[in-house]
Design a binder for this molecule. Structure first.
Ligand SMILES: [Ca+2]
Ligand SMILES: [Ca+2]
Ligand SMILES: [Ca+2]
Length: 531
């Protein structure tokens, strides 16, 4: 595990490593070419005379790393490995650095792209099933992609998304990449993509251009506006499901680390429009490290955002509001350091377990569950969240597990703060912009941007510790007969103490008489303040 200081110098270190590695690679390519001539099976090297052309890869190949590759590379066949040998692939006026592509009626499998350093394109790496927008419902996965691996390299300073996994693309593994400085999201998992693996990457300092703090123009109802936004996230999971995001390092991404949401069927008149059929369901986010920033993992990040400028085709249930869709996701075993809202939950069935939250800012939280508009207009609070086994050490915040606007059927068990079992209690709603991905907007003249500093959303204030209800097994704020029955069963050893951690205050795995009496006292007299 690298320390924070090491991380700060990671770009420099990786640049030095790249120089060293490309020197080695150059030497080894000479040796390997000799081996190939001697009857070895090494893939042929594509020479620098093609470095400014678009190169199409149909068989396993290596790049000569002694030149910069500027024409872009297309990988169009199965069973191939492209080894860039640490070559740099840099943008001139081409859209994609490496484009892995097959028509929708053609399966693609066993493609590996490794040791490529791709920089400055619209998308540095783009994986696409050509024609996917026209796939009929129910026939999206008849000719899938499988075992597509992108490993060991870097994606830097793309104009848009860094690495784009486009619609209905499956089984892509992205591992050990350094992804930095992208204009939009670092990695984008597009609608209908599924079962991809994002592992062991460093995803840092991305997302400052698109909807970013520098501001941009937009037109609405024939009027020109200028708006400033929060920028984009490290990983966007947009209507993409059953993915695993594991053991990555996130720091310094503009709007947050991982946002899960569903595109609302925006901009139907755009040539990029297609029907968005799937939510971001069943994803697993585990073993990652998140450092700093406003949002760590935000489940259903558009549930309560006003999307009116996006011309959503999904039905509005209130002016500007459509349902977002991100169910049954798991956030497990991650470390969050100094993140304002480490885990935000605005859709149902989320599991938040065995995470660790540390911070030196008392305004920071661990978990925040709840969503305003769906709750108040449709009477549908976030439900079936399971929060268990988490540990928090947030200086000045003894009770960092919070809900807002109501919640339903929450399981809350064995969550600790500075080692004590604590409750789940009401917090304060986070600040939101006037509409999705916007912090503030003004009417403006085209080509005459307002000259002022980027506005920011107000930061949250520290909250008073909330009462912990001793014996409140289901953490709903009252001790009922049901809670007491469960507490007694813990005392009798019939059920595990973790199922009612708020009776077992001293965390010895049992409920003794004093702990049972405290539960009874709470039932009779109400909750007591924590501590
Ligand atoms: Ca839902
Ligand atoms: Ca209760
Ligand atoms: Ca005990």
């Amino acid at each position: 595990m690298l320390t924070n200081t090491d991380r700060r110098f990671a770009p420099l270190a990786s640049a030095l490593r790249r120089v060293a590695v490309s020197t080695l690679a150059l030497a080894s390519s000479v040796l390997l070419a000799a081996a190939a001539q001697a009857g070895g099976l090494e893939a042929p090297v594509i020479g620098c005379e093609q470095a400014d052309e678009m190169v199409e890869i149909t068989q396993s190949s290596r790049l000569d790393p002694s030149c910069e590759w500027t024409g872009g590379i297309r990988v169009v066949a199965s069973d191939v490995t492209l080894d860039c040998q640490d070559a740099r692939i840099v943008s001139t006026n081409v859209r994609y650095g490496i484009h892995i592509i097959a028509p929708v009626d053609t399966p693609l499998s066993n493609v590996t792209v490794r040791n490529c350093h791709v920089e400055g394109f619209l998308n540095c790496i783009h994986i696409e099933r050509e024609g996917f927008r026209e796939l009929p419902a129910g026939e999206e996965y008849e000719n899938t992609f499988s075992n597509i691996v992108i490993e060991d390299g870097s994606v830097l300073n793309s104009r848009g998304v860094g690495l784009y996994v486009n619609g209905y693309v499956t089984d892509v593994t992205v591992r050990r990449l350094h992804i930095e400085g992208t204009g939009s999201s670092g990695i984008y998992l597009e609608t209908g993509s599924r079962a991809n693996f994002i592992e062991d990457n460093e995803i840092v300092n991305n997302g400052f251009r698109e909807n970013g703090p520098g501001g941009q123009f937009f037109e609405l109802a024939g009027t020109t506006f200028f708006f400033w936004g929060p920028g984009r996230e490290g990983v966007a999971i947009d209507g993409s499901r059953d993915n695993v995001v594991r053991n990555n390092y996130f720091e310094g991404n503009s709007s947050g680390a991982i946002l899960l949401y569903k595109n609302c069927g925006e901009f139907p008149d755009s040539n990029r429009y297609f029907e968005r059929r799937y939510g971001s369901h069943g994803n697993v986010i585990e073993g990652n490290t998140f450092v700093g920033g406003d949002n760590g993992v935000w489940v259903a990040s558009r549930m309560a955002e006003n999307t009116i400028p996006m011309e959503c085709t999904d039905p509005q249930y209130a002016t500007g509001f459509v349902l977002d869709h991100a169910d049954d996701n798991t956030v497990r075993g991650n470390l969050f350091e100094n993140v304002t809202y480490p885990v935000r939950v605005e859709d149902d069935g989320t599991i938040v377990e065995d995470n660790e939250f540390v911070s030196d800012d008392p305004a920071h939280l661990a978990v925040l569950v709840g969503t305003p508009v769906r709750t108040s207009v449709l009477g549908l609070p976030v439900d079936r969240t399971r929060i268990s086994g988490n540990q928090a050490r947030i200086e000045g915040n003894q009770t960092p597990y919070r809900w807002v606007h109501g919640h339903a059927d929450t399981t809350f068990a064995n969550n600790r703060s500075f080692g004590d079992a604590v409750g789940f209690c009401e917090g304060e709603p986070p600040a939101r912009g006037p509409f999705v991905m916007a912090i503030e907007f003004v009417q403006a003249e085209r080509d005459d941007p307002p000259q002022r500093e980027a506005p920011t959303l107000p930061t949250p204030r520290p909250l008073a510790a909330c009462p912990t209800c001793r014996g409140d097994c289901n953490a709903d704020g009252v001790v009922t007969v049901d809670d007491l029955v469960r507490a007694v069963r813990v005392a009798l050893g019939e059920i595990d103490a973790d199922t009612c951690s708020l009776v077992d205050r001293d965390n010895d795995g049992a409920a003794d008489i004093a702990e049972l009496m405290a539960a009874v006292d709470t039932a009779l007299n109400g909750c007591v303040r924590a501590g």
